[in-house]
Design a protein around this ligand. Sequence first.
Ligand code: SAM
Length: 238
Amino acid sequence: MDQPVNSNWQRFWHDLPQERGLPIWDSEGSVTATAHLPWFQPHFADGLPVLDVGCGNGTQTAALTTHYDRVIGLDFAPAAIEHARALLADTPAEFRRFDLGDTAAARDLHAELGDANIYMRGVLHQMPDELRAAAAASLAVLIGGTGHLFAVELAPAAADTIQSALAQSADAVPKMQRVFKYGLTPAAWQDGKLESVLDAAGIEIVEHGSTILHSTDFVPSGATLDLPMNYVVARTKR
Ligand SMILES: C[S@@+](CC[C@H](N)C(=O)[O-])C[C@H]1O[C@@H](n2cnc3c(N)ncnc32)[C@H](O)[C@@H]1O
């Protein structure tokens, strides 16, 4: 916990009641991980464990267990792991503490599990830029020679959508306001950054596209706040 972003996330999760749907991104699996399946399932080799990196309260981890035998949710905030274990006691998923920025920890996990497939939603977009290279290096270690990475991240354009929503009134999008209150920085990057950070870590993109994050928050008109996302399916360069 020596980076400010780590303690910001720990405080966010620690202060949040253990209740589904309170985080702005905590949409149902049916419109999230399950809806993403057609993009990554054809690439995920059978028999490899699936790691949900930056799993938060584990909603998407649990959704993945209906399609994969072994699913492990990983998050660096101990309080997030506590949410997941409390909310999802009946899921077959495991939840563990793991910092994607710690490449030595990634090597230890790879030594234990072998190559893995990775589902990662909403992690790199908010990370301080100086930590992204180490995070991508860890992803490369974890997928190894046979795993695939599915990463779905807020698009840079989401920053403008968020600012427009916040500007509508002082109490607009309260769940988004909570994110900023904890010093978190959604969509803090530029077009092409996701691709370049993976490329520098020796990871090549085999498929990409765009999608929408159907958030759990609402603008003053009563409409859901929807945010643009980009996704990639990627593997170690061959
Ligand atoms: C926007 S939330 C998304 C949670 C989850 N993936 C989902 O879609 O519901 C980002 C999560 O990533 C975690 N996180 C951020 N940086 C991380 C890192 N370096 N290693 C592990 N987890 C991280 C945070 O604690 C938080 O739970």
